[in-house]
Design a protein around this ligand. Structure first.
Ligand code: C2E
Ligand code: MG
Ligand code: MG
Ligand code: MG
Length: 265
């Protein structure tokens, strides 16, 4: 009868759920071990994506993007970043990223942008580590990219580090603008120099409401003296719309995909 069927189904469901959970937990544990090993073996590297002038297409700088070389497969941060942050391994990966970013800025004589997680700001040796890695190079050649959640994570500690970096001459970019809790009204009070417009926002530029929103964002950012960089530009019509809005810098697959630049070891 139905009551018994129902009970059976429930039981089966519970078993199925438990198995799924168990295999997911096991898979995550394996991934954590693999990331740990990969860090030990130096299997992380950095790819660089150009930041270009939207009208001349001249390369103005490079963004460093970490990659895991997993037995011939390049794995992007979506696969491993959360685990690297949770386990603290992002600190080692971040130091490697910094050294390779430094090598790239020397080799190409271009400014370089490096992404930093909240977990890295929390590390007591953070400032010392990056100062060691950056050496004597002009700090004006360095941009630190952070998301707003990182900015809010431990605001006092983070704000103090950002302030010290800015005093050296480094610049701070707010990454992925348009995806988080970012509010236009708060832009003026954040310790930032650059606003990076997220690709989801760029995607909307071809619609009437999307265009109007972006126009307001660009106007406000400019009024606050912020530089604007558009991310994830994939189409000529997106690029043209950005130029029309006065956005002078952009990144995206149509402008240059991330690629290896510096010998790995
Ligand atoms: P992000 O800093 O916003 O970087 C932009 C992401 O968009 C990169 O993904 C890039 O490969 C991708 N992208 C660039 N152009 C296009 C485009 O035209 N279309 C599309 N669909 N995507 C495009 P990636 O390399 O997978 O990095 C993802 C995120 O991981 C980064 O987002 C950044 O937040 C984080 N990340 C990367 N490297 C590091 C690192 O060394 N340390 C830390 N803490 N985070 C990192
Ligand atoms: Mg970034
Ligand atoms: Mg971004
Ligand atoms: Mg992103």
């Amino acid at each position: 009868d139905t009551a018994m069927l129902e009970a059976k189904r429930k039981k089966a469901g519970v078993v199925l759920f438990d198995q799924n959970l168990e295999s997911r937990v096991a898979a995550e544990a394996r991934l954590r071990r693999e990331i740990d090993e990969a860090v030990d073996q130096g299997d992380f590297c950095v790819h660089f994506q150009p930041i270009v002038d939207t009208t001349t297409l001249q390369v103005l700088g490079l963004e460093a993007l970490a990659r895991w070389e997993d037995n011939g497969t390049l794995r992007a941060p979506a696969d491993w970043l959360t685990y690297a942050e949770d386990s603290g391994l992002i600190v080692s990966i971040g130091n490697m990223t910094f050294r390779q970013a430094f090598a790239a800025t020397e080799r190409f004589d271009l400014p370089v942008a490096v992404n930093i997680s909240a977990r890295q700001f929390a590390e007591p040796s953070f400032l010392e580590d990056i100062t060691d890695a950056w050496g004597e190079r002009a700090w004006e050649m360095l941009t630190i990219e952070i998301t707003e959640s990182a900015l809010l994570h431990d605001s006092l500690q983070t704000a103090s580090i950002l302030e010290q970096l800015r005093e050296k001459g480094a610049r701070i970019a707010l990454d992925d603008f348009g995806t988080g809790y970012n509010s236009l009204a708060r832009l003026a009070s954040l310790p930032i120099d650059i606003l990076k417009i997220d690709q989801s926002f760029v995607r909307d530029i071809l619609t009437v409401p999307g265009h109007a929103v972006l126009q307001a964002v660009v106007a406000l950012a400019t009024a606050h003296g912020l530089e604007v960089v558009a991310e994830g530009v994939e189409r000529v019509d997106e690029l043209e719309a950005l130029v029309a809005l006065g956005v002078t810098k952009a990144q995206g697959n149509m402008l240059g995909r991330p690629a290896a630049a510096v010998p790995l070891r």
